[in-house]
Structures are given as structure tokens and as C-alpha cells.
Design a binder for this molecule. Structure first.
Ligand code: ZN
Length: 496
């Protein structure tokens, strides 16, 4: 609790709000007592070789008016990339419980890390990494607050971005390879100092108000002679003095040349996710970073581990069944059905009038493999698709889209003063005809279906659901006769 109070009471000065290009990372350097103890003797920490599963509590933050949420398929893509990035560390993440939706414009675009801390303290759950997807995390692509959680910029959380893995790396105590240079700018025209100082006010675990807390970092040499006491204290991350976003060469080194305090020149390793190299350069954690992250999990966050049995991964795309391709359906009542994916416990459903799905007319997340929509626009072509996922499996694709056309295919019948709706009257050979009534019972109505030549091919009595199932009938014109007491209604039916 002391940490939380410290956090709230310290004067925050971050004012990077609303700058056009977000800063790569707002996480401050943080060499904790545990970190120092670890790097002094990393081999005593038991981290096992097995794959471990770590829970993420996802908070999807939108604006007060109910808009601005991170689109669910993009959220899944971000989680997929995170797990791809952490495969090398044998750490995989899953969604703990339901995804939390928060409509709060002040949280969604927060000017300072203090606002972010308030958001986290108000919504965090215990024993999980809490992640908040917002539109503007204090001017950064993301940041991690020790004792609180991670704020991610939705715009920096694309499928090819590694900021999410970078911030989760921080959450598991991994530091920038350029530790000490945050807040400083390397100047190739000046002699490189042997030490740099950095501000870690936000994260100092003592109650000191309105006071900058400065630490000194030894500048890492190219020859590796001081690697265990310089920079991030790790020896396989190499020297790196670049504290702003930087570009890489084709051999994954920084385009910028640097010189260490001994005058030896070098380029930074752009492959490291914990560096500020552009996303197209970075893809990995170093072995020492991985050992550090795993030690932090096992030694400091063991409550995250072994909480649930991991589930299988979804490998199959969903098959769409109804409406079938090019089917003509009644605009006022469309039933969708797709194959139950088994392992999937949820589905993203999208309906659009654009083949590209650039805009959707309707989208939702469902735990069932069926959906009914009413009141679509008449005489329109619609496209629909479904993406399965589970709390453990996000690297899935949308199904191949299917399409259908809405038309006036609902007919009205009147019998004994009661009105019935019959739909669709144009349908495939294996489908259902529905009979509904707002005023009268359906159960007890008798029906028969005859061909155009008068041959009866089906007959029976409806139950209250009012469904007549067709079984692989040939294309053509049929007649449906409904009868009740002395009254009857004949309806033409077209099988496509
Ligand atoms: Zn960072």
C-alpha cells in the first residue's frame, strides 16, 4: 500500500500530452532492490524450462459517449503478436476473465502518468498484469507503472508493433539496454561521458514529495569490461546510448554510429524489443533478458503462475452455414448460423455492406454460434464473417466472407381474424420456413407442402416455435397450406 500512496502523492510532471508523434515508451528507469540482487547473482534463481502461462486483465477504454474502444479484432491481433514475441521466453499470456470495458474520456486520453495511475488503482484486479488500451497514454506509445499496470496506445498496438511486448518486458522488470540515457541525448560531437544521470522520481519506493530523485548510471563500454555494472547490468544487450526512436540498417544495427568513452565506435543492436529501434527492426529478447523476466515471475510474481490449465489453440477457420452464399433473405429477420468451433468460446461477428469490411453495419462478440438480426435494409447486398477466439488462443483469422441479399420475402396470412407472418418465402432447399403471430398461438396449426403439380411432399402440425424444416428440396415453386378450424391460407414458396 505504501507504494500506491507514494505513487499518488509524488508530484508528477509528465506533460507530453497531445504531441503528434508519441514517445516510444513512458516507463521510467527502475533499478529495484530485487533487480540489483538478481544481477549480482542470477544463477541462484530457479526459473525452470517449462512453458508458463501468465494472466492479463484487459481493460478496453473508450470515451464517455460509448465510442472509441479498441476494435476487438485488433485487440486479438495485439495479443497474438505479444505471444509470438514471448514464445522465445516460453512465456505465454491469456485473458483473465471477461474483458473489462471502461467508458471514460479522461482515462482514454490522459495527460499525465498520474491520471493513468488513478485509472489503474480504480480498476485493477489482483494477481494479473493489468493492461489498459487507451487512445493517448500521456503522449507515449505505452508505459508500465510498477505496482500498477500497463497503459497501451491503441495506435501503437498494431499486429507488427512490439511496444506491447516492450511494456510487458518492463512489467517483468526488464530494462532498456540504453538505461541511464533516458532524458539524455547522445551527442556524437562531444566526448562520451563515463557516467550519465537519470531521473527515477516516479518509481522510488520512499515517500519524498516534490523532490527529483536522480541515480547515476555507468556508461557501458564496447569491450564488455564493465557490462555487469553499467547500463542495464546485463552483458548480452551490448552498449546502446540511443534514447529516441531510431532506424536500423539491413543487418539490424542502428544507422547511428556511436563512440564509447574509450573512443571505440559501435552501432546499437536493433533486434532488441527493449531498445527504441523502430518496430520493423526489433523482434527478440536476449537470453539474459529472458532469464531475468522468468526469474522475476518465479521469484516475485509466483501468484500469476499455475492458476489455470492451458487450453488448446484454435487452428481451423469457421465455416459459415446460414444464410448461404447469395441467398435471398427477408430484411426484417435474418438468422445466422456457423459451425461451432469447439475450442473457441467466443466469436467476433461482422456484417458490412462493403466487401472490404472497411466499415461495419453491425459487429459484436458472441459466445454462441448463432445470431438473429432484424430490420436490415431492404434490397441490399450484405457481407458477413466470423472470427473465433478463446482466452488462450488469439492468432485466428476471420472466415472467408459470405454474402446475401435482403428482399421482401415475408408474407402475411389471415385466418379466423388472426394475422400470421410467413417467412422467408424464397429460400434454399434445406432451410426453415417460420410462422409467427403476435396475437394468436401457433401451436396446433396444420400445414402441408405440395409441388406445383399437386403432389404433397410434407405435412404436419406446428408447435409453438412455428418452424417448418425443409430437407434438401429441389429448386422450384411449391405451395404451403396453413389450416386452422375452417380457415386456410395458401402461400407460394420459391426454393432457390
Ligand atoms: Zn521502455
Amino acid at each position: 500500500m505504501k507504494h500506491l500512496l507514494t505513487f499518488l502523492l509524488i508530484a508528477f510532471t509528465c506533460s507530453l500530452y497531445a504531441q503528434s508523434e508519441p514517445h516510444p515508451c513512458g516507463s521510467q528507469p527502475h533499478i529495484s532492490k530485487w533487480y540489483k540482487k538478481y544481477v549480482a547473482n542470477p544463477h541462484v534463481y530457479k526459473t525452470h524450462d517449462s512453458l508458463v502461462y501468465v494472466p492479463l486483465k484487459i481493460h478496453n477504454v473508450g470515451s464517455d459517449d460509448g465510442g472509441g474502444l479498441f476494435a476487438m479484432d485488433r485487440l486479438l491481433d495485439a495479443l497474438c503478436t505479444l505471444n509470438e514475441d514471448f514464445k522465445q521466453a516460453e512465456i505465454q499470456f491469456y485473458i483473465l476473465g471477461a474483458i473489462d470495458t471502461i467508458y471514460n474520456s479522461a482515462y482514454n486520453s490522459h495527460a499525465s502518468v498520474l491520471d493513468g495511475a488513478e485509472m489503474m488503482f480504480a480498476n485493477n484486479v489482483d494477481s494479473a498484469i493489468n493492461v489498459y488500451f487507451v487512445s493517448n497514454p500521456a503522449g507515449n506509445c505505452g508505459y508500465n507503472l510498477p505496482y500498477a499496470g500497463i497503459a497501451m496506445n491503441k495506435g501503437c498496438s498494431g499486429p507488427s508493433d512490439h511496444t506491447f511486448a516492450h511494456e510487458v518486458g518492463h512489467n517483468l522488470s526488464v530494462q532498456h539496454p540504453h538505461l541511464g540515457w533516458d532524458g539524455n541525448v547522445y551527442d556524437p560531437n562531444e566526448p562520451t561521458p563515463t557516467t550519465v544521470t537519470y531521473d527515477y522520481t516516479y518509481f522510488k519506493d520512499t515517500l519524498i514529495l516534490d523532490t527529483l530523485i536522480i541515480d547515476t548510471s555507468i556508461v557501458e563500454l564496447v569491450d564488455g569490461s564493465n557490462c555487469s555494472i553499467a547500463g542495464d547490468f546485463l552483458c548480452d544487450t551490448g552498449p546502446d546510448y540511443l534514447s529516441r526512436r531510431w532506424q536500423c540498417t539491413s543487418d539490424t544495427l542502428s544507422t547511428a554510429n556511436q563512440e564509447d568513452p574509450n573512443g571505440q565506435s559501435f552501432r546499437s543492436d536493433a533486434s532488441q524489443i527493449m531498445s527504441y529501434a523502430l518496430d520493423n527492426c526489433s523482434y527478440r529478447f536476449t537470453p539474459e533478458q529472458i532469464a531475468l523476466a522468468r526469474a522475476n515471475l518465479f521469484d516475485q510474481k509466483s501468484e500469476y503462475l499455475n492458476r489455470e490449465e492451458a487450453q488448446e489453440v484454435i487452428t481451423e477457420d469457421v465455416v459459415l452455414n446460414e444464410p448461404f452464399m447469395e441467398q435471398i433473405v427477408p430484411a426484417e429477420f435474418v438468422e445466422f448460423l456457423w459451425d461451432d468451433e469447439g475450442i473457441a468460446d467466443q466469436y467476433i461477428f461482422e456484417l458490412s455492406r462493403l466487401r472490404s469490411f472497411a466499415f461495419t453495419d453491425f459487429d459484436t462478440v458472441l459466445s454462441d454460434n448463432t445470431l438473429t438480426l432484424t430490420d436490415l435494409q431492404l434490397d441490399r447486398r450484405y457481407y458477413w464473417r466470423v472470427r473465433p477466439f478463446s482466452r488462450y488462443s488469439f492468432c485466428t483469422d476471420f472466415s472467408e466472407p459470405s454474402e446475401f441479399i435482403t428482399s421482401e420475402t415475408t408474407s402475411t396470412a389471415e385466418m379466423d381474424g388472426a394475422r400470421y407472418k410467413i417467412f422467408p418465402t424464397v429460400l434454399p432447399g434445406s432451410a426453415r420456413i417460420n410462422v409467427i403471430s403476435e396475437s394468436s398461438a401457433i401451436a396446433g396449426l396444420s400445414y402441408s407442402l405440395t409441388t406445383i403439380s399437386g403432389l404433397e411432399i410434407a405435412q404436419g402440425v406446428l408447435n409453438q416455435e412455428g418452424k417448418i424444416n425443409l430437407d434438401n428440396y429441389a429448386s422450384g415453386i411449391y405451395f404451403l397450406t396453413l389450416a386452422q378450424a375452417g380457415s386456410r391460407h395458401v402461400q407460394k414458396i420459391v426454393i432457390q
